[in-house]
Design a protein around this ligand. Structure first.
Ligand code: AMP
Ligand code: MG
Length: 352
């Protein structure tokens, strides 16, 4: 097992260049560096070096057939790793990069098998985050970076989350504060007959449809159970804390929904369980008694807020050894709400 002492570098204006140069030299020399992006914190290593990338899989405990996203700092870098750039890619890149859209294209052989999980395609993204871009530019290589959590756990949205999961297993964590989006990028496959969304994210189905003739949806909320999966990552359990997660979907009126959550909380408390609630503001306004709002964490007013708060909330209750987390599914299934509900379904042990 690769063991190291992990350095936490807290960036400020004064140390920015010095710390970025140092972290970049660690990447260049085959080490591992966790860094913020606009989506979640990533765990990066030189994407073109087998031994560097193997440290990512080892630190996370990630299955070897689950490929990594390769991050680049300029649009021109695509041609270094992709065999051919489809016409649609040019359009999408001009519209959405830098940003939370990962594009899958045919790979060049320079990208080692370990990075792509043995596939002949490669996932590529240019992040919209100054720290990530500076690290990429200074290290001079494409950086493979999955989310910087232990495999199966909720993705990290702060440097403290990364430290909790990976301390002693990676070389550096760059603390650049909270991320802005809080959910992983949209993954779009451009190697199928039609562009296919393999993972929903901040760039939504409608955003893509506005610029493409046809967009397919290739993820399925029960993909863990399906045998054939296009994106290897889809078949693994995800975003799941130790606690038992119950997703309470909005199936009737808001009043009945609030009552359902209170009832679930009551039943579990009677069984002497420590119960936490992740609640949308609208729902908590329908829970009249403060008693029931004890141990509740707000997911905010809308799906954008929920995206930012979700993983932090799951981690909060997990770190504090709650047995049960009841999550409010009162989120519109549109825009980023699709991605929030997708992550919630994957995190949930029970959906009611
Ligand atoms: P992560 O970076 O941990 O959030 O996961 C990256 C996601 O992208 C996983 O779901 C992978 O399975 C998916 N992915 C990466 N590369 C490819 C590829 N070449 N083909 C299909 N899916 C991919
Ligand atoms: Mg991940």
């Amino acid at each position: 097992m690769y063991k190291t002492s992990t350095q936490l570098l807290k960036l400020n204006n004064k140390n920015f260049n010095r710390y970025i140069e140092y972290a970049s030299s660690v990447v260049y020399n085959g080490g591992t560096v966790a860094f913020p992006t606009e989506t979640v914190y990533g765990l990066g290593a030189n994407a073109l070096e087998h031994s560097a990338v193997s440290k990512i899989f080892e630190a996370k405990g990630r299955p070897a057939d689950n490929p990594l996203i390769v991050h680049i700092s300029s649009k021109e870098d695509i041609s270094k790793i992709a065999l051919e750039i489809p016409d649609q890619a040019h359009k999408l890149i001009d519209l959405f990069w830098p940003g939370p859209l990962t594009l899958i294209m045919k790979r060049k052989r320079i990208v080692p098998d370990i990075t792509t999980g043995g596939l002949d395609t490669v996932a590529i993204r240019m992040p919209a985050n100054k720290i990530a871009i500076s690290l990429l530019k200074n290290s001079g290589c494409p950086i493979a970076a999955p989310s910087a959590n232990l495999s199966g756990k909720p993705s990290p949205t702060t440097a403290q989350h990364v430290l909790k999961d990976l301390n002693g297993k990676i070389d550096i964590i760059i603390d650049g504060g909270d991320v802005t989006i809080g959910l992983e990028s949209t993954v779009l496959d451009l190697t199928s007959s039609y562009p296919t969304i393999l993972r929903p994210g901040d760039i939504s189905y409608n955003d893509l449809c506005a610029h493409l003739d046809r967009v397919e949806v290739g993820y399925n909320n029960n993909a863990e159970e399906s045998k054939i999966v296009k994106s290897p990552g889809l078949k693994y359990k995800h975003y799941s804390p130790k606690s038992h997660v119950i997703l309470a979907l909005l199936t009737s009126t808001i009043e009945k929904h609030a009552e359902k959550i209170v009832q679930l909380q009551k039943e579990n408390k009677e069984k002497k369980k420590k119960v936490g609630l992740l609640l949308m503001e609208e729902t908590s306004q329908h829970i009249k008694s403060y008693y029931h709002l004890n141990n509740s964490f707000s997911l905010g007013k809308n799906a954008i807020d929920a995206g930012k708060a979700l993983f932090r909330g799951l981690r909060y209750f997990d770190d504090n050894n709650f047995d049960i987390i009841i999550v409010d599914g009162n989120i519109n299934n549109e825009g980023i709400g699709v991605a929030v509900l997708n992550r919630l379904r994957k995190a949930a042990d029970e959906i009611l």
